[in-house]
Write a protein that binds this ligand. Structure first.
Ligand SMILES: [Zn+2]
Ligand SMILES: [Zn+2]
Length: 379
């Protein structure tokens, strides 16, 4: 039997439980809360390290358990889902020295490491290659901000292992419409981030927030979106055109990981992260706004989204190509993107000579063919 080490910690907690805090000021309660959470974090960090060592020698098997997380769900007050996150986190720490050191030194918190472990699932080898940059980033941002960094990195890592090319992913698109028992039905689908961003923007323009001082209780966002979808189905169109904007940093565009990961951007504004190939394809279409960044604040290029010239240009393009230009494809002009034959990042102009109509599927295919990182242009 090993000596019990945390008896005094448990005594302190018991004392806190017995504490009468009824007359305490807000400041005093805040101070106690901070102290408790600091203790919780210190314990959590040590639990992670201990699980890592325990799991590395498969100590759970000695009790007949089939896995570390089932041992935990059985022997401790943990759900299986929480146990697997803990085990994954512990394995990440156990296998990555710099992460382990930063956690032990308190330079990063258990929450940072958990965020990293969730994002690094199935791409742990790539995490090991990028560990320095990721730990550097974690030290300068909150766990919430670190989620953004790790989401970005995850897209980058997936592109490296090529888990799923944009073409393969596109083939998984679906939309389920299923009746359920209570006279309602359920919509559930898996669509391009871009399509969803456009849909959300359209719905939100059609049903803006209700006044808070009106006769009726304001509808929730999800109720408004449901109402707007009905109007869309009935043939209404938004009165103001909706557009989406893409922000991407130069390093990402060039296919390399930025040194300072906290400055990495590759997203649809107001929607969420997308992968590099999608960003390049979206920015290719003249109707999508684009902002290219270097570092946190230097804007290198703002793609023009001026409506008049691009509407005229688009009319000319529609008249010339009439359908998607892919041989044998007859998707009509209105459903096509305007693709830049010479990519705009390589200096291709947004003019009739350099544009052609491509349907969504053939636009994705065309970009898959020119996936090699473009040459950096002096900027
Ligand atoms: Zn294109
Ligand atoms: Zn086509």
């Amino acid at each position: 039997m090993i000596e019990r080490m945390f008896a005094s910690v448990i005594d302190s907690i018991s004392a806190a439980v017995g504490e009468d805090r009824s007359g305490w000021s807000g400041a005093a309660l805040s101070a106690r809360l901070l102290e408790l959470m600091e203790a919780e974090q210190a314990i959590r960090a040590e639990v992670i390290r201990c699980v890592g060592q325990w799991d590395a020698m498969a100590a759970w098997a000695e009790d007949g358990a089939l896995s570390a997380s089932s041992w935990m769900a059985h022997r401790t007050a943990t759900t299986k889902a929480d146990a697997s996150v803990l085990v994954r986190t512990a394995r990440l720490v156990q296998g990555n020295e710099r992460t382990a050191k930063a956690l032990a030194a308190g330079d990063i918190s258990p929450a940072h490491v958990e965020v990293a472990a969730r994002a690094a699932r199935h791409v742990e080898d790539i995490y090991a290659n990028h560990e320095d940059g990721l730990v550097d980033a974690a030290q300068t941002v909150t766990p919430e901000q670190f989620k953004v960094v790790m989401n970005y990195w995850r897209n980058h890592a997936e592109a490296i292992v090529d888990h799923e090319s944009p073409e393969v992913r596109f083939e998984r698109r679906n939309l389920y419409i299923s009746p359920v028992l209570d006279q309602m039905a359920r919509l559930d689908g898996y669509l391009d981030a871009e399509v969803c961003a456009r849909l959300a923007a359209t719905l939100d323009v059609m049903e803006p927030p209700d006044p808070t001082d009106g006769p009726e209780k304001p509808r929730t966002l999800v109720q408004r979106r449901a109402d707007a979808l009905v109007r869309l189905v009935m043939g209404e169109r938004p009165t103001t055109p909706t557009t989406i904007d893409v922000i991407v940093d130069l390093d990402t565009l060039m296919g390399r990981l930025p040194t300072d990961l906290t400055t990495a951007r590759c997203e649809i504004v107001g929607f969420g992260p997308i992968d590099r190939d999608t960003a390049v394809r979206l920015a290719c279409d003249a109707a999508v706004g684009r902002v290219m960044m270097r570092g946190k604040s230097e804007v290198l290029d703002v793609g023009r989204r001026t409506r008049e010239p691009s509407a005229a240009l688009r009319r000319a393009l529609n008249a010339r190509d009439r359908t998607c230009v892919e041989p044998g494809c007859d998707v009509p002009a209105d459903w096509c993107d305007a693709h830049h034959c010479i990519p705009w990042i390589e200096g291709g102009d947004t003019d009739l000579d350099n544009l052609e109509l491509r349907c969504r599927r053939h636009h994705i295919k065309e970009h898959a063919g020119q996936r090699a990182p473009p040459h950096a242009r002096a900027a």
